[in-house]
Design a protein around this ligand. Structure first.
Ligand code: CA
Length: 232
């Protein structure tokens, strides 16, 4: 999951970025409100962590501007302990959640996962596409109740597919979801991960629509079994 972090405090920002990366998030970090607005308007993020006290433009102005442009990316604001009016104003301006500093990293990660789930209309903590199941909290994946070992990158790609099950994704869209700025991506990286995902799961889990992109069906069928033999 790709997250935009807007925080001007160097120490706090570095800690949040490292902590969220440890929790499996891709984190892009900006340090002022103008950059935060510019990046949020790309719509490339699954969620954002927004400090309110930012240089050039405060977090509230940034949030209001982004919402005016109909960008619905979930935003969690960071507020000071005595900032009750800030919190209310932030929620009114279109924030989806808030946390009071100092931030507990595990709580922040859990809240971000919940925001992303809700944004995709998934109320249940587990993601499911028929026989394929994923638990974003533990980052575990099951196919036909068989636990499948995936690398972090394979997991992330599969999660993007599960959040968009039944919809065609182009390679560029997948890359946008995945990579931080400046990460060199060789032209076939996504293809290689998809190849490995098919090998570890099953070929039909990710369909290729030639010349268009890839799609994970909404209902992955259960593995064919031989229990029906002899049925009349
Ligand atoms: Ca600040």
């Amino acid at each position: 999951m790709r997250i935009l972090l807007a925080e001007d405090d160097e120490l706090l920002g570095a800690g949040l970025k490292a902590g969220l990366q440890q929790q499996g998030f891709q984190v892009d970090w900006v340090r002022d409100g103008v950059a935060a607005q510019r990046e949020l308007l790309t719509g490339a993020y699954q969620a954002s962590v927004l400090d309110l006290g930012l240089p050039r433009q405060d977090g509230m102005q940034c949030l209001a501007a982004v919402r005016r442009q109909k960008i619905t990316t979930p935003v969690l604001i960071l507020t000071a302990r005595d900032g009750v009016p800030d919190r209310i104003a932030g929620l009114d301006a279109g924030a989806d959640d808030y946390l009071v500093k100092p931030v507990d990293l595990m709580e922040l990660a859990a809240r971000l996962r919940a925001l992303v789930r809700r944004a995709h209309g998934v109320a249940e903590p587990m993601l499911e596409a028929g026989a394929l199941k994923m638990d974003p909290a533990s980052r575990q994946v099951w196919l036909d109740d068989r636990l499948v070992e995936l690398s972090l990158r394979e997991y992330e790609i599969l999660q993007i597919f599960m959040l968009h099950a039944g919809r065609v994704l182009t390679r560029t869209q997948i890359e946008q979801h995945l990579y931080q700025w400046g990460t060199e991506v060789s032209s076939n990286t996504v293809e290689v991960h998809i190849y490995n995902l098919r090998k570890k799961l099953r070929p039909d889990v990710i369909e290729t629509l030639r010349g268009v992109g890839y799609m994970l069906p909404q209902q992955i069928r259960a593995e064919a079994t031989n229990t029906k033999k002899g049925a009349a």
